[in-house]
Design a protein around this ligand. Sequence first.
Ligand SMILES: CC(C)(COP(=O)(O)OP(=O)(O)OC[C@H]1O[C@@H](n2cnc3c(N)ncnc32)[C@H](O)[C@@H]1OP(=O)(O)O)[C@@H](O)C(=O)NCCC(=O)NCCS
Length: 231
Amino acid sequence: MLTLEDVFPPFALRIACGDVELRVLRDDDLPELVELAHAGIQSPDLPMPFLRAWHEEPWGPGEPDGFPTTSLRWWWTQRATFAPEEWRLALTVRRDGVLAGMQDLHALDFARSRTVDTGSWLGRAHQGRGTGTLVRQLVVGFALDELGAQRCESGYVVGNHASAAVSRKTGYTEEGRRRIVQHLRDGEREVDEQRVAVTPATFVRPAGPVRVEGAAALRRFLAIGHATPSG
Ligand SMILES: CC(C)(COP(=O)(O)OP(=O)(O)OC[C@H]1O[C@@H](n2cnc3c(N)ncnc32)[C@H](O)[C@@H]1OP(=O)(O)O)[C@@H](O)C(=O)NCCC(=O)NCCS
């Protein structure tokens, strides 16, 4: 009989290094994920990192609006709209099996653009231990080595020193700033976003050995013609 991984290959993906593992978000992860976000993400000394303050919406599991209902819609939309022309991998970050945060990988017209875009967050209790840097190095390495990306882009609100440091330590270079609008609980605010990008020439790899499973099936599912050996 077919497995869930056979019919939706992103679920078979596993990227691991040391005690850190990335896998595509499943429904079974949701209670732990919602509790993690509810326990806090934003450091008080750093700017609000997201376009929309989804993590600050009124707490109401099982309620028609607020958190987590609006976020559930977003996470499920990513799965429902998955296609070679545009896909988003919502990757859970687990350290020693404990959910620590999320790493997103998004691509538009990847066959031609060979470009991906990333975003990430960790729960407060998991920040400042090197996990964010390792996770970004893992996802960039996966995009470059396994998917054949030529370029990974990201961006952070100017003043987000943690995200800037993660980008720098992964080999990203600065690419100019743009004005973005953040949707906060008390209205909208314009801030400057620093755009950054990393290519195979500048990428800084993780120190330890990386294990990848399920890449070949994912490439087939994404109609990516790129043969690499990891499987
Ligand atoms: C950004 C984030 C993913 C980084 O992950 P992390 O595991 O905390 O980062 P690391 O432990 O790998 O540290 C990376 C660097 O950030 C620095 N850093 C961490 N927290 C910091 C803080 N509050 N202020 C300033 N620098 C900080 C560390 O000193 C380190 O730099 P160094 O090695 O030069 O000393 C995480 O802090 C986070 O989730 N923040 C909230 C959401 C967010 O900002 N997401 C990114 C934008 S979408």
